[in-house]
Design a protein around this ligand. Sequence first.
Ligand code: NOJ
Length: 570
Amino acid sequence: MLPRCAVGVCHVLMLVLCVSAAEDFDWTKNHHGSFYYGTFPAGFSWGAGGSAYQTEGAWDKDGKGLSIWDVFSHKKGKIQQNDTGDFSCEGYYKVKDDVSLMKELRLNHYRFSISWPRLLPTGIKSDHVNEKGIQYYDHLINHLLENKITPIVTLYHWDLPQVLQEKYGGWQNISMVNYFSEFANLCFERFGDRVKYWITFNNPWSVAVEGYETGEHAPGLRLRGTGAYRAAHHIIKAHAKVWHTYDTQWRGKQKGLVGIALSGEWGEPVDISNQKDIEAAERYVQFHLGWFATPIFHGDYPQVMKDFIGRKSVQQGLGTSRLPTFSPQEKSYIKGTCDFLGIGHFTTRYITQKNNPSGRSSSNYFSDRDLAELVDPRWPDPGSEWLYAVPWGFRRLLNFVKTQYGNPMIYVTENGVSEKMLCTELCDEWRIQYYKDYINEMLKAIKDGVNVKGYTAWSLLDKFEWDEGFSERFGLYYVDFRNKNKPRYPKASVQFYKRIISSNGFPNQREVENWRRKAVETCSSSNQLLAADPLTSHMEMVTEIVVPTVCTLSILLSAIFLMFLLRRRN
Ligand code: NOJ
């Protein structure tokens, strides 16, 4: 028999082993496996999504204030073809139409965002609350619920009120924390009796890096090396404050959940037997997903970010790190502020170690990571330049989240693929393939024990794709932006996704293959319909502009002629 103290030591050792086993992601095993036929857990929620600026249009209607995206997109040269979201899908006027599309798909949930300046034109609650904006979201929420579709609502999908940008510098300024929290509180007050899933921020990585570091997105600032870290710091604090507000003031009566939607692209080591590559790949993920997830789940930035940015700041001759720090009180306030984690995932990169010398001016978010991103030329790349279809990366990411953050409840808040098509194409076989394989990898992840509760296809409609304008189409439904009525047409993927939803997964190979075949068969007739559409718009122009103009001119001419005759008589 072992002495008592030895039993105790063994016990502690086993505990340590269990804890570290639970926290360690195994970078060295990447078995892709074959397609997995099976179903999702009962009650799994299927959805699709969109966001306010990308779909609503009505940019200056019914008392809405300007957002940073209204202003940014109106500046020449910022967006492909100088497109703007002024009209986009005109979703503001098409709630009923769009909800019927969701019903057609048999969606369980719809993810949308609330435009902050539509509710608060200056961004500040004490200035003015725009009741017409409240009415619009009431109408949308009520209509979804009447059709048994659960609303999942994002409070910030990038459209900051312009006044807050101009007056305070937007997310560079700590005052955003209070302004955002007042806006969120208003939403809880007005909609929280019906909305039970709240997302504070959508993809704050993009807000920080593309808005304040590279300037490709609104507000278009290039504050290299500091801007993104500062913006992220304030966003994390704002998220925590909103979670606490909900927790203390609303959760008791409303019984909802508050989470955050983070983007998580996967980084795979180029060589899984090379420790340097593994470390570089982990850094890639920690600088992206971990930047936000680690404070929210563990109370502070990832150690690797603190080490790398700290060291580079010293080499630059700076007195303090460019990465801001949280006080002990802030750490405990931020830790644990997540009822569910939203994951937006699209693609994967191979990662290898690469040293970036840190000169005084050269340091920025990207060079701070000391790595290089690579792609496999065999990966399909049907649309957006950055988006390669690598389904197995999704399973790897979901397992990473499970091990790193204590197996949180996950909702996939975005996943999908785009096309770059000059002419219209509804037979989107590549999207069918993408959804089929990515959803299958998610199913494998659930079998691995990852706690995924729902999936949101991105996106319901083609829409304004930020700096790419309308040139990239992510929709399940095609939107004809040339036609002022913005008609929607189902792509083949609608039929396919609908089948996945109604079977709650993939029953067997024969059936899944049949779904694909049928979907592609039906889309060719819709394609013909769409081809006839320019003719319809032409006819509309004839009836709405040409006919009235000709009539008015004829009446005028007849009147002149009559006057002329009368004069001659006199
Ligand atoms: C993430 C953004 O949240 C979403 O708005 C965008 O449409 C997708 N990425 C695709 O680029």
